[in-house]
Design a protein around this ligand. Structure first.
Ligand code: UDX
Length: 434
């Protein structure tokens, strides 16, 4: 998540926060309360804390660091072509921090960085110092989801603080003191590498959970079982838990795809392959092709067919399309000669940059007009209660591919649609039909 989200939340805890970014335009916009991406509730949180003078924005790192006790590094760590996190920006900012350091501060990484980064960064900072000034390193990974980052920050399941130094631990605990009232557990890791590994382990575990259920969903289709019930019953076992067991088009976004790859790389580098996560990545990569095969089954050869995509973002409540299943699905459809029409409440501008020639529409119904197949790609709320009667009237064909298991076969059949989803059997007179 962005610096502005974390900054606004920390300011809302009552701290004085200065957010630093090199982009002048972004900083000026934030000062006016303009958020450069879609995140529910963030604009009002920024505006409120700017007004209350707890939150400021600047392009000057020197100004940002002036009275700071803790400096959070939250720059991006893009994925390099080999799958590992690219630390160029982190190390560059480390050099600048080192050069500016003139009194004791805690330097804390927030970006998801490979295990061992904080220790490497400490050396970069030390080497860049003009005079020897004491500082401590900390790692404070976070578990914010796009679209609900504020709630996740304000009500976390736990706070993880990795630091080897007592003053740093004290300061970090102070920062999160407002969560004390919620009884939020604070996990202090005296080995900073532990905190760094926790983030990768969590994201990779959740991603693996999703791939697990997706693979079982494929089996469910073959044996005539219902994956939603399987997942529900699994989830009721408290040792498993019901979250991240929704079968469908799989995981995308800026974290799971990147962090799973990075963990696999870290394992390889240390001669300890994390093969479970490698398998989870592979299963996930195959899901758009599975969706495409289902589309083929519904409408036959896609050449000359019109396909309506409902939802483009990697999940609802975000305009993020990074690693979204919609990208690959669109590629497969276009390659097969289909005409693709699309709608998303907020992700169309981003998608247009990748696919400028799709027919972008103003709502679900306009998208489906004249279409042979409607594909529910992202489970935005506005696609959950579609008027199926109307849809049937305006579409050329009556086929519906539900990549998020929002609808069911019974209901769609009632309206005359051919329906396909992920991991739920079609039953006619008690018999499973393919
Ligand atoms: C994730 C982590 O949840 C968060 O803790 C971390 O800090 C950043 O990465 P985010 O990427 O914002 O957050 O989205 P999340 O809600 O976790 O969903 C990730 C992807 O998994 C989405 O594409 C979603 O559609 C998919 N997903 C999620 C499933 O396919 N099935 C599920 O059961 C849950």
């Amino acid at each position: 998540m962005s610096t502005s989200s974390r900054g606004a939340c920390l300011a809302d805890f009552g701290h004085d926060v200065v957010c630093v970014d090199i982009l002048e335009e972004r900083i000026r916009g934030l000062e006016r309360g303009e958020i450069p991406f879609y995140e529910p509730g963030l604009d009002s949180l920024v505006t409120k804390n700017v007004r209350d003078e707890r939150l400021r924005f600047t392009t000057s790192l020197a100004e940002g660091m002036r009275n700071a006790q803790v400096v959070f590094i939250a720059v991006q760590t893009p994925q390099s072509s080999s799958g590992e996190a690219d630390l160029t920006y982190v190390m560059e900012v480390g050099k600048q921090i080192g050069a500016l350091l003139d009194d004791y501060k805690v330097i804390c990484t927030k970006s998801t960085v490979p295990v061992g980064t904080a220790r490497r960064l400490a050396k970069v900072i030390r080497d860049a110092q003009k005079k020897p000034v004491d500082f401590d390193m900390a790692s404070n990974p976070e578990f914010l989801r796009e679209g609900s980052s504020i709630e996740d920050f304000m009500r976390p399941d736990r706070v993880v603080i990795g630091t080897e130094a007592a003053p740093a631990e004290h300061l970090m605990r102070e920062i999160y003191r407002p969560l004390f009232l919620l009884d939020t557990p604070i996990v202090h890791c005296p080995r900073i590498e532990t905190a760094e590994l926790i983030k990768y382990a969590c994201n990779s575990f959740l991603a693996t959970k999703i791939s697990f259920i997706n693979q079982v969903a494929s089996l469910a289709e073959k044996v005539g079982a219902d994956i939603t019930q399987v997942a529900k019953a699994m989830g009721l076992d408290r040792r498993i838990g019901g979250k991240f067991l929704h079968a469908g088009l799989g995981f995308g976004g800026s974290c799971f795809p990147k962090d799973t790859q990075a963990l696999v790389r870290i394992g390889e580098e240390h001669g300890e392959p994390i093969s479970i996560v490698a398998a989870a990545i592979e299963v996930n990569a195959g899901l758009p092709a599975r969706a495409f095969a289902k589309a083929r089954k519904l409408v036959g050869d896609p050449r000359g067919k019109v396909v309506a995509l409902l939802g483009l973002s990697f999940k609802p409540n975000t305009d993020d399309i990074r690693q979204a299943g919609s990208l690959e699905l669109t590629r497969l459809l276009l390659e097969a000669g289909a005409t693709v029409r699309a709608h998303d409440p907020v992700a169309m501008p981003g998608f247009r940059k990748v696919y400028p020639d799709l027919q972008y529409c103003k709502n679900a119904y306009e998208t489906c007009e004249g279409a042979d197949l409607a594909v529910l790609v992202t489970e935005w709320n506005q696609y959950r209660q579609l008027d199926l009667n109307h849809l049937g009237e305006i579409m050329r064909g009556k086929a519906f591919l539900d990549c998020r298991n929002v609808y069911n076969d019974e209901r769609l059949t009632e309206y005359g649609f051919a329906y396909a989803c992920f991991g739920r059997p079609r039953v006619r007179d008690g018999e499973v039909v393919s």
